[in-house]
Design a protein around this ligand. Structure first.
Ligand code: HEM
Length: 374
């Protein structure tokens, strides 16, 4: 299992350029990449839909490596988002044309992912180094594919990525501890979760959180994938709730979320790459670390475990304040003034997580974290 995770990490967050993440597809797929690489301009000038209508239906048989499939999923996902929302949030497209829908569906089936933009696409597979000879830091990083919104889009995706990178070391330590418990484990995890929180504090922009065709008042029936099914499909789009890293910390620390919140977070696993999903499930099935620490009656170990839990709680408390600042306050303001510049965003305050209020959900997840304190 450890190996699966490491391989996945090489794919997703560690590797660069020629090594793992690729930024172009075989020439056969030039039509996709030309649109994907020019999306901000094509969406803002409202030309994207016309160009998609002229796109040929390309077979996916020349996509061979996992990296090519992941890039194809990313490119088709972003083109789909641009296609659906080009005319603004109040006039989404209800049918995805065959040339987009059919290959997107097939690529998704091959990857074991849904045919919608996921967090694994927009964050884990969507970065490159501007100067490969220099290190990983936000000034030297860029997105492979962008949407309109320039800096805010870049900042949101890259800050999330840096959180994942910081978290990945903690998960590796955690996995080792499942078979060989050792006292340093908790101190390390706590340091890493604290580092995640520090990175999250760098966040200064709002995310594109309404990219979904489930629980979205602008697309109540979902989206029809032409050539795939005549019935509309309901899919949740990318959300940081699909972060494998945070759900791994929950599993390692034995945090079990309540009914509706837990069900939402479990459903988000369907939007993770299959190996990530499997990792969380394996960690959840491991013997309980908390029970082990309780049985040791070692005050240092107990303190270290509690420090980890408090660090994760702190991360979630900060996240609540970021969501309040970037979603809830603007949505309330828009409602008061009757001017919504966010379309679905203001309504998602009430319904974004499948019926429960956003802040109720996030606070319940935060409060449940604390319940495992020893
Ligand atoms: C201002 C930026 C951000 C906004 C507006 C935001 C918004 C949201 C929203 C609306 C949810 C509820 C789930 C949904 O409806 O999709 C959520 C959940 C979540 N977000 Fe964020 N988010 C932001 C930044 C981040 C970052 C950088 C991370 C780090 C990876 C993150 C991690 C999470 C996690 C793990 C959840 C699931 C709840 C939990 O486990 O605590 N978010 N976020």
């Amino acid at each position: 299992m450890f190996n699966i995770y490491i391989e996945q990490q090489k794919w997703d967050t560690r590797s660069q350029g020629s090594f793992h993440i690729i930024t172009n597809l075989p020439d056969h797929y030039r039509a996709w990449m030309e649109l994907a690489n020019d999306l901000p301009n094509l969406i803002e000038s409202r030309k994207l839909r016309d160009l998609v209508h002229k796109m040929p239906v390309l077979s996916t048989h020349l996509l061979n490596s996992p990296q090519e499939l992941r890039l194809a999923h990313l490119a088709l996902g972003f083109i789909t988002m641009g296609y659906v929302w080009q005319e603004g949030q109040h006039a989404p497209a209800k049918i995805l044309p065959r040339a987009l829908a059919v290959p997107y569906w097939v690529v998704s089936r091959r990857l074991g992912l849904p045919a919608v933009l996921t967090y694994a696409d927009s964050v884990l597979s969507n970065w490159k180094l501007r100067d490969p000879s220099k290190g990983i830091e936000i000034g030297n990083m860029d997105l492979v594919i962008s949407l309109p919104g320039g800096g805010s889009c870049r900042g949101f995706f890259l800050v999330s990525l840096l959180v994942e990178m910081a978290a990945s070391s903690g998960i590796k330590v955690g996995i080792v501890s499942c078979s060989v418990p050792f006292p340093l484990f908790n101190q390390l995890v706590m340091l890493i979760v604290t580092a995640c929180a520090a990175i999250l504090r760098k966040l200064t922009v709002c995310g594109l959180y309404y990219f979904r065709w489930r629980d979205n008042p602008m697309l109540p029936e979902g989206l029809v994938y032409e050539g795939v099914s005549n019935e509309p499909v309901l899919l949740s789009g990318g959300s940081a709730a699909q972060s494998t890293a945070i759900q791994c910390f929950d599993a390692l620390l034995g945090i079990q979320h309540d009914n509706e919140s837990g069900a939402f977070l479990t459903r988000m696993r369907d939007y993770m790459p299959p190996a990530h999903r499997q990792l969380i499930e394996t960690l959840s099935d491991c013997p309980s670390l908390r029970d082990f620490i309780l049985s040791c009656a070692n005050p240092d170990l107990k303190q270290a475990f509690n420090d980890c839990v408090l660090a994760l709680e702190d991360l979630r408390t900060y996240h609540v304040s970021a969501v309040t600042k970037y979603i809830v306050v603007p949505a309330n303001r828009a409602q008061e003034t009757g001017h919504s510049d966010r379309g679905a965003g203001d309504k998602l305050d009430a319904t974004g997580t499948g019926g429960s209020s956003l802040l109720v959900f996030l606070k319940s997840v935060r409060d449940t974290t604390r319940k495992v304190l020893i």
